[in-house]
Each structure stands twice: as structure tokens, then as C-alpha cells.
Design a protein around this ligand. Structure first.
Ligand SMILES: Nc1nc2c(c(=O)[nH]1)N[C@H]1C(S)=C(S)[C@@H](COP(=O)(O)OP(=O)(O)OC[C@H]3O[C@@H](n4cnc5c(=O)[nH]c(N)nc54)[C@H](O)[C@@H]3O)O[C@H]1N2
Ligand SMILES: Nc1nc2c(c(=O)[nH]1)N[C@H]1C(S)=C(S)[C@@H](COP(=O)(O)OP(=O)(O)OC[C@H]3O[C@@H](n4cnc5c(=O)[nH]c(N)nc54)[C@H](O)[C@@H]3O)O[C@H]1N2
Ligand code: SF4
Ligand SMILES: [Mo]
Length: 757
């Protein structure tokens, strides 16, 4: 919370209304546990925060909050007039962005105002039209339908799909409510599409899902390697941090496309798609042959070096040159640059994670950092950059595939610890983890999943093999979509739409890529009767009849306290954080920050930049990191005579966010990206097909066929094509195929045919 407390008259009155409404309704709400919450109680004016918004947040004339789009987690300063944020500027004092923001951040308030904001709950009639209904009716329907499905088909026939885009406290509430309160076993998130590979890789290699870096490392490295990452577009402010690096660093980019990032590189390895694993093994082999191994570090802190050495010896530069399209000379040169660097950092994102052998590829990156001793020091690390504003929160707190705070459902001690932290009976905690996203989709096909609750994700656009995905959504007996807009592709399939408040209209914490908890604040009223997801979960708990279980979950900071208890003694321990006020005052707090850390520090605020593993102690029982290698596997759908082109997909511009529910609502952002879907093709391929720039082309895969504009560019190789994921047509083409360890979709390799339309 900001320190300047001079409420304007108008903002003070809004604050009063909020608190008054909260005072009036909260005790009644808690007392009325056995009965139903009334419409009046839920929806009394100004009461959207349900007592969740501290006075200083709405009373201040400016206040700060972290951005709600990407995982960079920039600090934004919000300018408040009459109790409502009316403008924003990037925050200069925030350690992440240092006064910078990308266009999405600048336009964050504008997209809250759109006409298609979900304002009231809506129910689908028999004729397919949607009727507006009261919250009371909506919540009764939610409860009755899901309970009926569970009664008829078993508890596991209802599942949920959530997100990396709501605060940690809301994720925690959803996870606890669904799994402990509603007896739902299967729930996963869109983080499966995004970060599952990094999670699987880190867990096996380090013993914990622990991205080790801090953003300062971008400025401290003398050699940065980006693998399958295009930060110029996906993480522009982090790229700005690279540009501030004073060491005149080597920048090595491994990407099949000559991206904006690759154009700024000192070395671009424009490899054949999906040949990363062989290439990384070859670089590892060259490092070993070149005498660049940090033997002392390897012996003291890793397991598996001999097996690694013998495995990679099969990947000599000449052999790999033939398969990867990179010359042996360049492979050796890049290995030498990595080997000679004093502070080498390796960064990866979706070019690695979204691959059928992504986990092993990520581990090959981790191996390189480990054997060269590039970990735990400034400017080093094997660093997965996260995607969404709170993907890191989802990894820790969504209670989907891991039990709360990265514990294990299968482990009795973990279950007891979490039960104690939450003050619930241990018997309510499932003894096994969830199906993954794709298994939930297959569960629908098999008739095992009959009811689905989707929160803050848009699978009818973003999931692979889209036509099939949409048919699966229609097979459900009951589909609930909880979103800030009621116009999303997924909402079109919903039986019930629950209107949610958005970023800026509620509070909680996001965790950014460098493990930093940042604070999100309520600076606007949600439109119509939309409620914060937190409040929706609270109301559902009440209607479901498990309000008693959540009686302590009154507001986000109360849930943060519960999360702190659950984190005690783990690598992500946050018991030393004094509260939201400290997170706000000190520029965010990176995990871990245990009570012991705070005490050792003399109770001053935590240091602003902290990295993991500076003592060489990893999270496996013996304290060592594991060097993991595997066989190379063939691509699931290699181009052939019928479908000769390899389609890559990814981010298109800085101004587009995913399925565009938000960014398409800003007139400014709309001017900054192409309004029609397009496909990037090489000039030679364009000549072969007979198309000019801007011509319509038909793109066909084994899943579907679409019409898009041709964008002719030499940045893509012949035989390959690229489409941004932001247009709904793209995923009509993509293949459903998954990394076997992480079950993350392999979105970046589908064979297609391109013809003149
Ligand atoms: N503007 C904007 N920023 C975003 C987002 C957004 O939608 N819009 N989304 C956010 C999210 S959730 C995420 S996950 C991140 C994603 O951020 P990035 O991972 O940087 O984005 P992508 O474009 O999906 O993929 C990165 C690169 O992988 C390359 N690639 C494809 N196949 C291969 C391969 O086989 N090997 C290698 N080495 N590279 C390959 C692609 O050519 C692409 O340039 O961005 C975040 N930031
Ligand atoms: N072909 C292809 N497909 C891809 C990818 C790719 O590279 N290629 N990338 C994948 C990746 S990495 C990701 S992360 C996914 C993203 O895929 P999605 O998660 O489907 O994309 P978003 O558009 O971010 O969807 C978020 C939804 O949440 C809503 N929302 C926003 N804030 C709130 C809130 O506070 N509360 C509620 N209840 N709703 C809210 C938005 O309106 C939107 O409908 O796409 C994946 N799909
Ligand atoms: S870089 Fe990411 S966090 Fe920063 S302003 Fe842009 S979208 Fe927001
Ligand atoms: Mo993502």
C-alpha cells in the first residue's frame, strides 16, 4: 500500500461506502451459513470487494500495482480520481521495470471498459439464447447441476480448468474449494499449455520447481543464450534489461526463425525445428572436449556426470550439423563462447516447453549451466522465463497437479502439513494428483467427465486441434465459464456464465518469473454485478454447503496468511513476509523469505535481488542436482509429400495478448497489429505457390483448413511457416501431441499444405 494517505473527499466517500457495505454484509454472510446468501447480500452497491479493499488503496491519489498481463510483472503507478483509477504510468521505483512498460501495460485500464464485459450471470435457454439471471439463481444452478452430475456419475465426473492469470489467493481458494470442499479430483490449468515442461524439468533436475534467477542477471551476464525465446515480443521489458547490460555481452539465439530477438544477436543458430536436443547435446559434448567443465562444482554438487559424458559423446558436431542445419563450425564456436564466458545465463521459453521432447531439452539446458558452474552466481543460471502474470503462482498454489505449495498429494506427511495449515480434516485431501489438461479433454470424450468449470482461460481458442476441442465442450452435460467478458469463444459453449471482476478491480498477489510476489490492487469498481473471482469462490463455498471449511478465508490477505503457513519449511517458504504492506513497500518480495531469513536479516526488508543455489545446495535429499539425458525421439508429424510445410506458432506482436479477449478492446493496441490473421512464408516458397504479399492462401492440416493472408518474409526458412496464436483460426490446424513427462502440448510442429486461395 502506498504511504501517501491524503484522501480526496470523493475517494474517501467511496471508501466509506465500501467499508460500510462490507460491515453490513460480512457478519450476516458468515452467520447465514446454513441458509442461502441473498441477492441483496451479494450485490449491495459498492460492495464488490466484500471488505477486501483497505481504505488507503481507494483513498490515495496515486498508488502502484503490478501489471496483469505477462510474467515480467512490471510495476505500474495508477492515478486515482474520485476513487477510480483514470490513468497509469510505468513505475520508476519498481525493481523490475525501472520506469518502462510495454503497450499492453500502458493500455491496461482501457480494456476494462468494453461493452462485452460480463456484467450479470447468464444461463443458456433450451433455444440456445442466454438469459440474464440473479446471482442467487446462478449459484443455485451451479450447485444443483454439479451435485446432480456427481451423484449420478461419481465425484470425479466434474472437473475444472483454471489459469495463470488470477491472483495466488484466488487460485488457492479455487484449488481448496474444488478439491477439499467439492470433492473434485481432476483440475488443471492453462499453465499446462505453457510452463508444465519447465516444472517437470526443474523438479527432476533440482528437486524443486525453482527458477533460480533474478532479473539483475540480464544485466550481469557476459554471455546470454536464448533458446526458443523471443523476448523482444514476449517479454519486451526483460529485453530492455538485456540492452542495459554494460558487459557488451555475447547474445546467442537458438530459434528456427530470424526473430526480432535473433536480429539483435551476436550468434543466431537458425536450427531446423525440433532439433534442439541434439544441438544442445552436441554443445555439451564440445564443452567437455574443450575442457570447459567446472570439475570441482560437478563433483561437489551434481550426480550423473559420467553418464552425461558418455551419452553426449555420440553427438559430435559433424553429425549434428547434418540434422540441425547448423554448421559444425558454428556449433563449436558457440560452445567455446559459452565455455569461455565468466557469467553465462541460459534462458528458455516456448520454443522449448511446447515440444514433444521439451522436458529433456530443458534439462539439456540445465546440464550446460551445471557442468560449467554457471549457477548461483550473478549473471548465470538455467532460467525458464514464465509466460502469464501469475503462472508462477499457479505452479505453487493452484492445488492442481501438486498439493498446495508444491507438496505431494501422494505423501501422507505433506497432506497432514497442509491440512494443519488450512485447519481442515486431512481426510478431505485427495491421495492422488489430477489428470492433466489433455487427459481431462480425453475424459470428456470417454464420457467420464460430464461437468466442467472453466475459470480465466479460453480453451475454445487456445487449445490444440480446435474443432475437436469445441466438440468436446459441447458434449458436456454442464459447462460453467467464469470470465471477465461474456463474448469469448469458450463462453459461446457455456451453459452458465459467471461474470468476473478483472485486474484492477480486485486485490491479491502475482508471482513473476524471478519468484517475486507483487501486489495487485483494487482501483476500480467492477462493472454491473461482476464479482471478484475470490468472492465468487466464497459464495460457491457457501452455496455448496462448505462455508464452514472456509470461514477463515475472508479476504485475500487472510488467504495469504494460510499460504504462508503451508509454505513453512519448504524451498518456497514465505513465512518471513510481514504482509501485503511489506510487499508493496519493498518493491515485491522474492521467494523464499522464511521467518529465519527475516530474523537473520535483522527484520529489515529483504534484499531486492536474490538468486537461488548460491551455496550449491539443491533440493534433492543428497543436496545434489541431477544431470539427466535421454534418447532423441522422432517428431510426431514430420512434413511429407501431402503436407510439406512445418507450421510453427507463437506470439505475433507486443500489442497482442493470447486469445485477444483483452487486447482487442483497446483502439490503441488494435492499431499496432495486423487485424487479419496471416501466415509468414519464405519468398522462395511464395514463388513456388504463386502468391504475392497480402494474397489469400488456404492452409490445410490433417485437422482443418483455413484462409489467411500471406506475409512473405525471409525471416522464416523455406519449408517452414509461422502463424501467431492470437487469431482463432490458428489452432484449427495444430496437432494434439504432448511431451510424455510434462504433458505439455507440442504447439510448434504441425505439418501443413499452403495453396493459393
Ligand atoms: N506480446 C505478448 N507477450 C506475451 C504473450 C502474448 O500473448 N503476447 N504471452 C505470454 C506467455 S503466456 C508466454 S508462455 C510467453 C511466450 O514467449 P515466447 O516463448 O518467447 O513466445 P513464442 O513466440 O510462443 O515462442 C518463442 C519462439 O520459439 C520459436 N520456436 C518454434 N519452434 C522451435 C524449435 O523447435 N526450437 C527452438 N529453439 N525454437 C522454436 C519460435 O520461432 C518463437 O520465436 O510470452 C508471454 N508474453
Ligand atoms: N497454437 C498455439 N496455441 C497456444 C500457444 C502457442 O504458442 N501456439 N500458447 C499457449 C500458451 S503458452 C498459453 S499461456 C495459452 C493461453 O491461452 P488462454 O488462457 O486461453 O488465453 P487468454 O486469452 O489469456 O485467456 C484468458 C481468459 O481469462 C479471462 N480473464 C482475464 N482476467 C480474468 C480474471 O481476473 N478473472 C476471470 N475469471 N477471467 C479473466 C480473459 O478474458 C480470457 O478469456 O495459449 C496456448 N495456446
Ligand atoms: S512487459 Fe509484461 S508486465 Fe510489463 S507492461 Fe508489458 S505486459 Fe505488463
Ligand atoms: Mo503461456
Amino acid at each position: 500500500m502506498s504511504t501517501a494517505i491524503k484522501p480526496t473527499k470523493a475517494s474517501a466517500s467511496l471508501t466509506q461506502t465500501t467499508n460500510e457495505a462490507a460491515r453490513r454484509s460480512l457478519p450476516q454472510f458468515l452467520q447465514a451459513r446454513s441458509g442461502k446468501m441473498t441477492r441483496e447480500l451479494l450485490l449491495s452497491p459498492g460492495q464488490h470487494g466484500l471488505g477486501m479493499t483497505p481504505a488507503s488503496l481507494v483513498a490515495d491519489t496515486t498508488t502502484t500495482a503490478v501489471c496483469g498481463y505477462c510474467s515480467t510483472g512490471c510495476g505500474l503507478r495508477l492515478h486515482v480520481l474520485d476513487g477510480e483509477a483514470v490513468g497509469l504510468t510505468p513505475e520508476t521505483n519498481y525493481p523490475v521495470n525501472l520506469g518502462m512498460a510495454c503497450p499492453k501495460g500502458w493500455e491496461a485500464l482501457r480494456v476494462l471498459e468494453s461493452d462485452d464485459r460480463a456484467r450479470v450471470p447468464k444461463v443458456r435457454r433450451a433455444d440456445g439464447q442466454m438469459d440474464s439471471v440473479s446471482w442467487d439463481d446462478a449459484l443455485n444452478l451451479f450447485t444443483d447441476r454439479f451435485k446432480a452430475i456427481q451423484a449420478e456419475h461419481g465425484n470425479d465426473s466434474v472437473a475444472f480448468l483454471s489459469t495463470g492469470q488470477i491472483p495466488s489467493e484466488e487460485m488457492a481458494f479455487l484449488g481448496a474449494l474444488a478439491k477439499f470442499g467439492m470433492n473434485i479430483k481432476h483440475g488443471d490449468g492453462n499453465t499446462r499449455q505453457c510452463m508444465a515442461t519447465a516444472v517437470a524439468a526443474y523438479k527432476e533436475s533440482f528437486g524443486f520447481d525453482a527458477p533460480p534467477f533474478t532479473y539483475d542477471d540480464f544485466e550481469q551476464s557476459d554471455c546470454l543464450v536464448f533458446i526458443g525465446a523471443n523476448p523482444c515480443i514476449g517479454h519486451p521489458i526483460l529485453w530492455e534489461r538485456v540492452l542495459r547490460n554494460k558487459n557488451n555481452p555475447e547474445i546467442i539465439v537458438i530459434d528456427p526463425r530470424r526473430t526480432e530477438t535473433a536480429m539483435s544477436a551476436t550468434e543466431h543458430l537458425q536450427l531446423s525445428p525440433k532439433s534442439d536436443l541434439a544441438l544442445l547435446y552436441s554443445i555439451t559434448h564440445c564443452l567437455i572436449e574443450g575442457g570447459f567443465v567446472d570439475q570441482t562444482f560437478v563433483e561437489a554438487h551434481t550426480d550423473g556426470f559420467e553418464a552425461l559424458r558418455s551419452h553426449v559423446s555420440r553427438f559430435d558436431a559433424e553429425t549434428v550439423a547434418a540434422s540441425s542445419g547448423i554448421s559444425a563450425e558454428q556449433i563449436r564456436r558457440v560452445a567455446a563462447k559459452i565455455g569461455k564466458g565468466d557469467a553465462v545465463s541460459l534462458w528458455w521459453t516456448m520454443g522449448v516447453n511446447q515440444s514433444y521432447e521439451g522436458t529433456r531439452t530443458a534439462q539439456a539446458i540445465i546440464n550446460i549451466a551445471l557442468i560449467t558452474g554457471n549457477i548461483g552466481r550473478p549473471g548465470t543460471g538455467a532460467n525458464s522465463i514464465t509466460g502469464q502474470c501469475n503462472a508462477m503462482g499457479s505452479r505453487l498454489w493452484s492445488n492442481t497437479t501438486n498439493l498446495f505449495g508444491h507438496h505431494k498429494f501422494e505423501n501422507a506427511d505433506d497432506r497432514s502439513k497442509v491440512a494443519e495449515a488450512l485447519q481442515i480434516s486431512v481426510d478431505t485431501i485427495p491421495t492422488e494428483g489430477s489428470w492433466s489438461y489433455d487427459q481431462i479433454m480425453e475424459g470428456i470424450r470417454a464420457g467420464e467427465i460430464k461437468g466442467l468449470w472453466i475459470i480465466a482461460t479460453n480453451p475454445a481458442h487456445s487449445w490444440s486441434n480446435q474443432e475437436d476441442a469445441r466438440e468436446l465442450l459441447d458434449q458436456l452435460d454442464f459447462l460453467v465459464v467464469q470470465d471477465m467478458y461474456d463474448s469469448t469463444e469458450t463462453a459461446h459453449h457455456a451453459d452458465l456464465i459467471l461474470p468476473a471482476a478483472a485486474w484492477g478491480e480486485k486485490e491479491g498477489t502475482f508471482i513473476n518469473s524471478e519468484r517475486r510476489y507483487g501486489l495487485l490492487k483494487k482501483v476500480r469498481k467492477a462493472p454491473g454485478e461482476a464479482l471478484a473471482d475470490f468472492q465468487i469462490f466464497r459464495a460457491i463455498a457457501h452455496y455448496w454447503g462448505v462455508g464452514e471449511m472456509f470461514k477463515q478465508w475472508t479476504h485475500p490477505e487472510a488467504v495469504f496468511r494460510i499460504m504462508q503457513r503451508a509454505s513453512a519449511g519448504s524451498p518456497c517458504d514465505i513465512t518471513g513476509i510481514t504482509g501485503y504492506e511489506q510487499i508493496d513497500r519493498s518493491g515485491g518480495v522474492q521467494w523464499p523469505w522464511s521467518a529465519a531469513d527475516a530474523e537473520n536479516c535483522g527484520d529489515v526488508d529483504p534484499p531486492v535481488q536474490r538468486r537461488l543455489f548460491s551455496d550449491g545446495e539443491f533440493c534433492h535429499p543428497n543436496g545434489k542436482a541431477r544431470l539427466i539425458v535421454d534418447e532423441i525421439t522422432p517428431p510426431p508429424e514430420a512434413p511429407d509429400a501431402e503436407y510439406p510445410t512445418m507450421l510453427l506458432t507463437g506470439r505475433g506482436t507486443v500489442s497482442q495478448w493470447h486469445t485477444q479477449t483483452r487486447t482487442s478492446k483497446s483502439p490503441v493496441l488494435r492499431k499496432l497489429y495486423p487485424n487479419h490473421s496471416y501466415i509468414e512464408i519464405h519468398p522462395d516458397d511464395a514463388t513456388t505457390i504463386g502468391v504475392a504479399n497480402g494474397d489469400r492462401v488456404r492452409v490445410t492440416s490433417r485437422r482443418g483448413s483455413i484462409l489467411v493472408d500471406a506475409m512473405i518474409t525471409p525471416t522464416i526458412r523455406t519449408g517452414q511457416a509461422f502463424m501467431p496464436m492470437h487469431y482463432a483460426t490458428t489452432n484449427q490446424l495444430t496437432l494434439s501431441h504432448f511431451d510424455p513427462h510434462s504433458r505439455q502440448p507440442s504447439y510448434k510442429n504441425s505439418a501443413v499444405r499452403i495453396e493459393k486461395a
